[in-house]
Design a protein around this ligand. Structure first.
Ligand SMILES: NC(=O)C1=CN([C@@H]2O[C@H](COP(=O)(O)OP(=O)(O)OC[C@H]3O[C@@H](n4cnc5c(N)ncnc54)[C@H](OP(=O)(O)O)[C@@H]3O)[C@@H](O)[C@H]2O)C=CC1
Ligand SMILES: O=C(O)CCC(=O)C(=O)O
Ligand SMILES: [Mg+2]
Length: 740
């Protein structure tokens, strides 16, 4: 491959990271141009994905290419070099809001048919359902994940510790999880010995068979598992926990992953809403049905739809809601000023970020007055809840962690080919009657079966053999490269994990592990082991499945660094390419609100700087492009200087924000290129740029800070106006002239 083919694909996404792109991408283009690197953008924002999937009534000018499908194909090719920014994984309320906004902007799109009445509407719903939830990451993640805090970032956190709420031994905060009837307790698993298709079917009590999914192809050596969450057990559990929260006088909060577990978790969320506000739902069942309330979309859906009622009826319902608030335990709040509770919107409280935020905050969440209180964190399924209880117990015993002295827990995560739970939505069903669900192979043998009842949630997961092999290899490589103990977080007592343990034990001997400390521990034991070490300043690699990959790469970074935005997230793609994710967190909607209100964007692009450097390094090596390597090295130097000089965005208006932070990165990057002697052309070119940037520092910073302090009109939230946002994100004429 020649130098000319060097290409990096940069994703355009949503919310804060998308805003940052308007400011940062011109800088990236400027710095990579002389190395013959082509930076191509692909719009995978929620709005663009909606437009790409509903072209029928759009004008040619309005139509969008299906960038996600293109990227999904690219991810399977060796030449892939993709920088992936965080994007919205939309809950139904968000999806509907995006559709409404696009319609207002003149795009002729169908509404989301909540209850489709004919085949036409069913088709529309199923197309929208493919866009909802976590629809981007699983398509691009054709490899396993390597997420860690790079040394300079960890050192920065040690020198500049973020605030940590104190912990007291008598904190009443705890995790509540089910002890039977949940996914964990009912799990069955096996390894497939011969490739073939399986069928999932439901047999009702009278013996009549309904096919739930006709065909699921399985490969030899693939691990499958299936399980069921009992509706009865779930409801009994929720009732108990609501009563217990009231007794103990702690806040009630529910922590789910309704975005990635887009079929099961909204249903569980819906049950919690319905049980918590039981008196409202039982007394007004008919009325609420008439106005089309969908509990799975959260209590906020009911609140919004109350407007459809005549005044008298509405007042009656509202009085019963008020009574509920008075009789039930206090709910944890997402926004106490606006009265938004933990049960309002399923995507407002996402477990990977919400549990660590609570733990960092003395184990407390907010009540209606905006005061912090001890909390009952309800995590219905017990598969992974234990890691949080263990962390809480640790803090109660030892006090809060100290970012100055604590070690680090990097992660090697099994994720490729839609591994485990996060690939299960096309095989998850809310069961319509009593009977059995079974997985049947081509010869008619039943592989796994469960007795089920009406309303139960049944699901099947797949984990292919090649990704498991690759994951074991990646774990050994990371353990070797860093000389750090690596722990596989697998529980011998869980059906799926027991299958995985067999494979890990079979694949480890293929690697030279002399001198390495590699262990297998249950998630709870692994948490305790890692926390004891972290307290002593020692590092421990967590080698986990897909869900714990997600949880751990917010939990540890939030405790260690204050945010997961500063993580290096590499996905070595199984076919040789590279996917470089920017940080391990999300798209920070709060930051957009602040930007709209007062023109200050506190989003930190550090994760993007880290991702870009490894992407350039990968490109330099694979495409034999030495200039790219020089630029990558200079970028790493710039990032270190950026941290040393504390040029991350401030949280407060009229201080350095995202845009100013990009200026400093550009300055240090240019200076590093000017200082190196490996490439004379780059040295010459960037000497001029470095001087121009340095000489105009005061002017540029003034221009950038003066742009703050007033409201910003973006011309749209999900589909903002490109020139409005570009102007808002590039307010310094002086900087723009230098960058071009
Ligand atoms: N890889 C991906 O594509 C991911 C996407 N998401 C999606 O993002 C959305 C929001 O998810 P949510 O769970 O609220 O998590 P977020 O990570 O977006 O936000 C949690 C909080 O973390 C802090 N934070 C996150 N990133 C940065 C950053 N770059 N700079 C400074 N602070 C940061 C902010 O706290 P503060 O404001 O207090 O400083 C923020 O409010 C959802 O749609 C979700 O599905 C979530 C995770 C990963
Ligand atoms: O895809 C998503 O919705 C979120 C991804 C996420 O949280 C993660 O990968 O850490
Ligand atoms: Mg996550």
């Amino acid at each position: 491959m020649g130098v000319n083919t060097s290409k990096i694909v940069y994703t355009k996404t949503d919310e804060a990271p998308a805003l940052a792109t308007y400011s940062f991408l011109p800088i990236v283009k400027k710095f990579t141009k002389s190395a013959n690197i082509d930076i191509e953008t692909k719009d995978i924002s929620l709005a663009a994905r909606i437009l790409a999937n509903f072209p029928e009534k759009l004008s040619d000018k309005q139509k969008q290419a299906d960038a996600l499908a293109e990227l999904g194909e690219l991810a399977q090719k060796p030449e892939a070099n993709i920088i992936k920014l965080p994007n919205i994984s939309a809950s139904i309320p968000q999806l509907k809001a995006a559709i409404a906004e696009l319609q207002l902007q003149g795009f002729d799109l169908p509404n989301y048919p909540e209850e489709p009445e004919n085949d036409f509407e069913k088709d529309i719903k199923s197309r929208y359902d493919k866009i909802k939830g976590s629809a981007v990451n699983p398509v691009l993640r054709e490899g396993n994940s390597d997420r860690r805090a790079p040394k300079p970032v960890k050192q920065y956190a040690r020198k500049n510790p973020h605030s940590m709420g104190e912990w007291s031994a008598d904190s009443k905060t705890h995790v509540a999880t089910m002890s039977s009837g949940d996914f964990r307790s009912n799990e069955k698993s096996l390894t497939i010995s011969q490739a073939g298709d399986v069928r999932i079917e439901f047999v009702d009590d009278s013996g009549s068979v309904t096919v739930l999914k006709e065909k699921t192809p399985l490969l030899e050596g693939e691990v499958i598992d299936a399980t069921v969450m009992s509706k009865k057990a779930l409801i009994a559990f929720l009732e108990e926990q609501i009563a217990d929260a009231k007794d103990k006088n702690v806040l009630f909060s529910l922590h789910m992953k309704a975005t990635m577990m887009k079929v099961s978790d909204p249903i569980i969320f819906g049950h919690a809403v319905e049980i918590f506000f039981k008196d409202v739902f039982s007394k007004h069942a008919e009325t609420l049905e008439e106005i089309g309330v969908e509990v799975n979309n959260g209590f906020g859906d009911l609140i919004n739809k109350l407007k459809r009622l005549p005044d008298a009826k509405r007042a009656e319902v509202e009085a019963d809601i008020k009574a509920c608030y008075e009789n039930r335990p206090k709910l944890a709040m997402v926004n106490s000023d606006q009265g938004i509770t933990n049960l309002h919107v399923p995507s407002d409280v996402i477990i990977d970020a919400s549990m660590p935020a609570m733990i960092r905050n003395s184990g407390q969440m907010w009540d209606t007055n905006g005061d912090t209180q001890d909390t009952k964190a309800v995590i219905p399924d017990s598969s992974y809840a234990g890691i949080y209880q263990e962390t809480i117990d640790f803090c109660k015993k030892n006090g809060a962690f100290d970012p100055v002295t604590m070690g680090t827990v990097p992660n090697v995560g099994l994720m490729a080919k839609k591994a485990e739970e996060y690939g299960s939505h096309d095989k998850t069903f809310e069961i319509t009657g009593n009977g059995t669900v079974r997985i049947v192979d081509a010869s008619g043998n039943t592989l796994i079966e469960h007795t089920v009842e009406q309303g139960d949630i049944w699901r099947m997961c797949q984990t292919k053999d090649a990704p498991i092999k690759d994951w074991v290899k990646l774990a050994v490589n990371r353990a070797k490269a860093t000389n750090t103990p690596a722990v596989f977080w697998l529980d011998q007592n869980r059906a799926h994990d027991a299958e995985l343990i067999k494979k890990v034990n079979a694949y480890l001997p293929a690697h030279d592990t002399t001198g390495l400390d590699i262990r297998i521990m249950s998630p709870v034991e692994a948490t305790r082991f890692s926390l004891e070490r972290i307290k002593e300043g020692k590092d421990t690699i967590s080698v986990t499945g897909n869900v714990l990959r997600d949880y751990n790469t917010d939990l540890f970074p939030i405790l260690e660094l204050g945010t997961s935005a500063k993580m290096l997230s590499i996905v070595p793609l199984m076919n040789g390419g590279g996917l470089f994710e920017t940080g391990a967190g999300g798209s920070a909607p709060k930051h957009v609100q602040q930007f709209n209100k007062e023109g200050h964007l506190r989003w930190d692009s550090l994760g993007e700087f880290l991702a870009l450097a490894v992407s350039l390094e990968h490109l330099g090596e694979v495409n034999n492009n030495p200039k790219a390597l020089v630029i990558a090295e200079a970028l790493d130097e710039a990032t270190i200087k950026f941290l040393d000089n504390k040029k991350s965005p401030s949280r407060k208006v009229n201080e350095l924000d995202n845009r100013g932070s990009h200026y400093y990165l550009a300055l240090y990057w240019a200076q590093a290129l000017a200082a190196q002697d490996k490439d004379a052309d780059l040295k010459n070119e960037f000497e001029t740029i470095a001087n121009a940037l340095a000489n105009n520092e005061t002017i540029i910073i003034n221009e950038l800070n003066d742009a703050q302090g007033s409201a910003v009109d973006m011309g749209g939230y999900y589909w903002p106006n490109v020139s409005k946002v570009s102007n808002a994100m590039r307010p310094s004429e002086t900087l723009n002239n230098i960058i071009g």
